[in-house]
Design a protein around this ligand. Structure first.
Ligand code: 26W
Length: 805
């Protein structure tokens, strides 16, 4: 794809004329942004067409990645980067009288996800494209993405995220490929020519209209598609139904369509059995399975070889209904026998687990299924019955049979459904996959050990390093070569510069420039003035008790108390940055946000902290903020209770941008530590097995009684702040619990070793050569965390598809 500046400029001008009837002189930045998007979209759409034709012609096996979330962020700069058009596009925009950076900045984030799971899906789609795997992503075209966060008087306020105004420039609606999804009604069977026919009657219909987003790979013409389903009513007013006097149904269909694709559920790692959520899941699953099977029949004329030509990867259990829905289509619509259909289904679907938190496990009430999805319910009961038979043949143990059941005590257990119907089950880091095998899914893993695998997560290093950190990208191109963008293992070539003073100085200068750039950004966005002489010590991720933002807070309080004891205490300037959204219904998480803001207010206005301690809560953390923040970060906080964070992927983004990690041995931190060792990473805290052992006897109150440092820090919560706010509820929760075990995430157990690790980090920071070397080695050893490596693992161990090496 080579385009000159003139060609791009002409194409943009043309889009302005055709779409908005304006010239560049009359255009706003938003219109320029949309026009640029349309130009790139046209190029991609053409390549996308060729990619799909080729896959059909050559009978390639396709990967279908199903996820209720795709946290795409912005696309203009990313697509231009991948298409090799970024500098040409910049010049074309300049030529039109605009600043490219400002045009990129007006693009809204496509925030169709909560956190790690959704961003992972976005990184993987990019990587599958670059590796030239014929792949499709599927999700819902939410009208409102994850809420926008405002901080008002220290508290989180949620605002709707109507991203589509400017953001839908990338979406291509395909009404001719719409699918009909059916809810409710009744099921009747009748015999027809010796065949048992299933008749579904009196159902409510919702139309699923695809809105396709093309995804550009890096240095390839291969283009994949993200298909987002938009819910519409089948007809504005169904005259046929209306004239029969059934206008109520028609109204019902409109009401259902209006609400299904309206908004993304904002709970992350927390299950709530809301019927609208189940409707979203089935809507998205049914439309997707119908679409995949329809295209398969168009190409091959039969569904009997479906599993040979397709693999469906499901991102956590949220799309688990794909299993009964595929069975339904194979049995009811295609007329296959149950056994044939089961063979095909259980050789097509693979399941990735992303969490071991009990409160995140999806368990749907039977009644909801019976009412909402009567045919799927029938199929589910048959799947459950047969799986139970299989389990009983293997285990003569009623307790194990009960634990492994798909339907139990009036509830459908989605994880067990995925295990029963999937060809593979994988965790997302070595530690996490081990916990699945040995603990969470131990009975199933003992029965079918080959099914259980690990694929450690990875990130799109082209976005999270190449695109967003041009300074480091330039250094890498000079040292290890441009090839690192396709072959992330080449980053290891940086290692030989670990003692090269000039390169170390470059690393430092790049970091300083990025800190200044972030400070400027934060000033413009939020009006806050950051102390860029301070260590940028960063914790950004969803707010969750297990992620332990509160542990970070307790440590900051201890530093503050030391300063109160000795105003003249020597201290390396330290700027603590937090960014986190709390689920709107998660009261404790919201209290912690309030606490961080109160602490920040007090510290930042206290003269004894001047040029020493600063705490800032960054409002509305999102992909586009992470893109400015990661390159500027020096310390990465990855401090979850060991055994709780499945992998983490923010940890990888920090590492790749040269931040040094303070962390527990949790998730992918374990694999980072294997590569970095104690010299290049600051570990602390209980190990996963120690957490489990200690659980029975843990007594945080005793730690509070015995350790004056702990007591004084924790008591600060109770006594509160100068503004009059206090946090006795959090104090209580740590020491005595509140309908839950006291300090269930063991903050107090880990606080002393955490403070030591922070101290060791500060000492290392003081030795510039040592620190820059650590930073360099973090970058050099991060190649393993590229999504390309993860996708190669999936391709080899689960999907069995070829990919570009
Ligand atoms: C049903 C409610 C709900 C919603 C989202 C339950 C669970 C989820 C996700 C599975 C939570 C999630 O995002 N998990 C994160 O997945 C990342 C990608 O694998 C991991 O890196 C994180 O450790 C994990 O918390």
């Amino acid at each position: 794809m080579t385009y000159s500046k003139q060609q791009l400029k002409k194409a943009i001008q043309r889009k302005l004329r055709i779409n908005y009837g304006i010239t560049e002189e009359q255009a706003t930045e938003g219109e320029i942004m949309r026009a640029c998007a349309l130009v790139l979209r046209d190029i991609m759409a053409e390549h996308g067409f060729e990619t799909r034709e080729k896959a059909a012609r050559e009978g390639q096996r396709k990967v279908h990645y199903m996820s209720l979330e795709f946290l795409m962020g912005r696309s203009l700069m990313k697509n231009a980067f991948n298409m090799g058009l970024l500098s040409t596009l910049r010049e074309a925009i300049d030529d039109l009288g605009f600043k490219a950076a400002d045009v990129f900045e007006v693009e809204p984030d496509a925030g169709l996800g909560n956190g790690g799971l959704g961003r992972l899906a976005a990184c993987y789609l990019e990587s599958m494209t670059t590796l030239e795997i014929p792949a499709f992503g599927y999700s819902i075209c939410y009208e409102l993405g994850l809420f926008k966060q405002k901080i008002v008087e220290g508290q989180q306020v949620e605002l709707p995220d109507a991203w589509k105004g400017l953001g839908d420039a990338w979406l291509l609606p395909k009404p001719q490929e719409a699918e009909e999804v059916r809810f409710g009604g009744t099921i009747r069977t009748r015999w027809d020519n010796g065949h048992l026919m299933v008749v579904h009657e009196d159902y409510t219909r919702v139309l699923a209209v695809p809105c396709d987003m093309e995804i550009a790979g890096y240095k390839t013409d291969h283009v994949n598609t993200l298909r987002l389903w938009d819910a519409r009513s089948p007809k504005p007013i169904d005259m046929a139904l209306f004239s029969q006097g059934q206008y109520l149904r028609s109204g019902e269909e409109r009401a259902m369509a209006d609400v299904i694709s309206k908004v993304l559920y904002p709970e992350d790692n927390h299950y709530e059995g809301k019927s609208l959520r189940l409707k979203q899941q089935y809507f998205f699953v049914s439309a997707t399975v119908q679409s995949i099977t329809r295209k398969h029949i168009e190409t091959y004329g039969t569904l009997k070889n479906f599993h040979e030509k397709n693999v469906i990867q499901i991102n956590d259990t949220h799309p688990a209904l794909v299993i009964p829905e595929l069975m339904r289509i194979l049995v009811d619509d295609a007329g296959l026998s149950w056994d044939e259909a089961w063979h095909i289904t259980s050789h097509s679907v693979a399941y990735t687990n992303h969490t071991v938190l009990a409160e995140a496990l999806e368990v749907w009430p039977q009644q909801l299924f019976e009412q909402l999805l009567p045919r799927v319910w029938q199929i589910l009961t048959e799947i459950a019955r047969r799986y139970q038979e299989k389990v009983e043949k293997f285990y003569d143990d009623p307790q194990k049979v009960a634990r492994m059941a798909v339907i139990w005590d009036g509830a459908v257990r989605m994880a067990n459904l995925c295990i029963a119907g999937g060809m593979a089950v994988n965790g997302v880091s070595a530690l996490h996959s081990g916990i699945l095998r040995r603990d969470v899914f131990r009975d199933a893993a003992a029965m079918e050990p080959e099914k259980f695998k690990n694929v450690t997560n990875g990130i799109d290093h082209r976005r999270w390093l190449g695109e967003i950190n041009p300074g480091l990208d330039a250094l890498l191109k000079e040292t290890v070569g441009e090839g690192y963008l396709l072959h992330a293992d080449m980053l290891s070539g940086l290692e030989k510069y670990a003692d090269d003073k000039a390169v170390l100085k470059r690393m430092e200068d790049i970091k300083i420039a990025n800190k200044l750039a972030f400070a400027k950004w934060a000033k413009r966005q939020q009006g806050v003035v950051l102390n860029t002489d301070g260590i940028f010590d960063v914790q950004v991720k969803r707010l969750h008790e297990y992620k332990r933002q509160l542990l970070n807070v307790l440590h900051i309080i201890s530093l503050y108390q030391q300063l109160q004891d000795d105003h003249d205490m020597e201290m390396t300037p330290h700027t603590f940055l937090f960014g986190a959204k709390a689920a709107p219904g998660y009261a404790v998480a919201k209290r912690i946000i309030n606490l961080i803001n109160d602490l920040a207010d007090q510290i930042n206005s206290d003269p004894i902290c001047k040029d020493k301690l600063q705490v800032v809560f960054l409002e509305n953390y999102r992909v586009s903020m992470a893109e400015v923040l990661m390159p500027a970060s020096e310390v990465s906080q990855q401090i979850s209770t060991a055994g709780k964070e499945a992998s983490g992927t923010g940890n990888m983004k920090f590492m790749m941008n040269g931040a040094v990690t303070i962390g527990t041995l949790d998730g992918a931190n374990v694999e980072m530590y294997e590569r970095l060792g104690d010299e290049n990473m600051f570990l602390f805290g209980l190990k996963a097995h120690e957490v489990e052992q200690l659980r029975h006897s843990y007594d945080p109150h005793m730690l509070y009684e015995r350790d004056p440092m702990i007591r004084r820090v924790v008591d600060q919560l109770k006594y509160g702040f100068r503004n009059g706010n206090h946090y006795e509820d959090l104090w209580q929760r740590l020491l005595f619990g509140d309908g839950c075990p006291a300090d269930q995430y063991m903050l107090l157990a880990d606080l002393p070793s955490y403070a030591e690790a922070e101290q060791a980090m500060i000492t290392a920071y003081g030795d510039r050569d040592r620190w820059n070397r650590m930073s360099l080695l973090n970058v050099a050893r991060s190649g393993i965390f590229a999504a390309d490596r993860s996708i190669a693992d999936y391709a080899e161990t689960i999907w069995h598809v070829p990919y570009k090496k």
